[in-house]
Design a protein around this ligand. Structure first.
Ligand SMILES: [Fe+2]
Length: 464
């Protein structure tokens, strides 16, 4: 008897749920804009189509990361308004009882259809949260501003930069993610965060995805990083795959909020400079350089002026194309001839690059190869790859460490007199390391290579 009653209750509940679901479906169809439901048989639809709940949430570095950060997210177009709520983080939920600040986002209706993907309509929301305290941990969430909790993200925890120039900070640098991002890049970003959860920001050296406007691929990139993108702010430089026919991905500016202090309008949010504590960080739009003479000349002049006014102790430049390539036939001569004199003139510390789908790290005057301590090493150049697409490389004089067929992320810790650099595989193995020490105007490089063989593609992939 008891069992039969349970069954009846179960059936009733199921029918009620079914009826509610049907009603919901009818309502949605009536309004006629639920993309998400309409396309639920499309491959990867959960990654491609927005819903009312925020997705693709990402924090970006601003020009003043000690007092502000930027956040972007996406919803379906029925959510025409975006709100950020933020409070100083507390040990329990008591922040909810105090003054939670509300900031209205800017909302942009956007649609695109890439190749044979379906049309995707979305509302992109973005906000810059300013007037924050340095080195303070905040909680924030994004949503539609409703009093209930229906269309809000979870609360993320976020920490601002410091204002003490001697205080150490760390960032993780990724070469190209680009292909099979959900399947094979996700473990790289996730394990980088697991290995170093106190990281202050992440830097992506271009080719985050393969096909400029592919909504599915961008969906995979956001899925792979998930809450990490919302917790650790990012800066990114575009690669050639964020461009096609000289045109930047139409999603780049709606989905990121990056500095707009580059030389010309066409390079807004792709070529920029920002300060993080005692480091100047510069993004050069290398594909822009390649595609347009105007963008080339503007960036060369701009880089010189930014570096001539630079008061920061440390300087790092990221750009997608490497100044020194790792393989024949991939040489970027014009880029090198235009930018290397400026890099030398201002003694840039690090140049962090991608594109070659291999790993290499070194410096120009690599005399006496194998030295542990190098005086006046000059600029250190790195080429890295985080995704699964793998090429071969050639040993070159400038290289101290080289590798193929290895997915890597680099943890870089910057302190008063030292930059510590470690390149790690997703399983946490150290593949390359060095310290850069700058004291009294003198710079020393200490190579700390692990005692492991150079990984080469031919050792893993046998020619037929
Ligand atoms: Fe590339």
């Amino acid at each position: 008897m008891k069992t039969r009653r349970s069954l009846a209750i179960f059936l009733l509940a199921t029918l009620t749920n079914f009826a509610l679901a049907a009603q919901e479906h009818t309502v949605t169809e009536h309004h006629g804009h639920s993309h998400y439901i309409e396309h639920d048989s499309a491959v990867g639809h959960k990654l491609m189509f927005p819903s009312k709940t925020p997705d693709r949430i990402i924090a970006n570095l601003t020009l003043d990361p000690a007092h502000s950060f930027a956040v972007n997210w996406r919803t379906e177009q029925q959510i025409a308004k975006g709100v950020v709520e933020i409070a100083v983080a507390t040990d329990g939920p008591e922040f909810l009882l105090g003054n939670v600040r509300k900031i209205e986002a800017q909302t942009e209706m956007f649609e695109n259809q890439n190749r044979n993907e379906p049309l995707v309509k979305a509302a992109y929301h973005s906000a810059v949260i300013s007037d924050l305290q340095p080195r303070t941990t905040y909680v924030y969430r994004v949503g539609n501003g409703s009093e209930d909790n229906n269309y809000w993200s979870e609360w993320f925890q976020f920490t601002t930069a410091g204002t003490d120039m001697k205080e150490p900070f760390s960032f993780i640098y990724f070469g190209d993610a680009q292909n099979n991002v959900k399947s094979l890049w996700s473990r790289v970003i996730r394990n980088s965060y697991r290995q170093f959860p106190h990281v202050d920001f992440m830097l992506h050296a271009g080719d985050l995805i393969n096909d400029r406007d592919a909504n599915l691929e961008w969906g995979e990139w956001f899925y792979a990083g998930s809450f990490i993108h919302a917790t650790v702010p990012s800066m990114m430089t575009p690669g050639n795959h964020e461009y096609r026919d000289g045109v930047l991905s139409s999603l780049w500016r709606p989905q990121f909020t990056l500095p707009e202090n580059g030389p010309i309008d066409a390079l807004k949010e792709t070529c920029y400079a920002l300060d993080y504590q005692n480091m100047k960080l510069i993004s050069i739009d290398a594909e822009g350089f390649d595609e347009s003479l105007e963008a080339r000349e503007a960036q060369v002049k701009w880089l010189d002026s930014v570096l001539s006014a630079n008061t920061k102790k440390w300087t790092a430049i990221t750009m997608h194309y490497p100044i020194f390539s790792t393989a024949e036939g991939r040489d970027n001569k014009e880029l090198r001839e235009a930018l290397k004199p400026i890099i030398d003139k201002y003694k840039v510390d690090l140049v962090l690059q991608g594109h070659d789908h291999t790993y290499a790290r070194g410096y120009v005057k690599n005399e006496g190869k194998g030295l542990t301590v190098v005086k006046d090493a000059g600029t250190v150049y790195a080429v890295s790859v985080s995704g699964p697409k793998m090429y071969e490389s050639k040993n070159r004089d400038w290289m101290v460490r080289r590798g193929e067929f290895t997915q890597l992320f680099q943890i870089i810790t910057v302190s008063k007199d030292t930059i510590k650099y470690g390149a790690y595989t997703p399983t946490g193995n150290l593949y390359d390391a060095f310290d850069l020490i700058k004291k009294n105007g003198k710079k020393r490089l200490i190579n700390k290579l692990p005692d492991s063989p150079t990984r080469l593609k031919k050792d893993f992939v046998k020619e037929e």
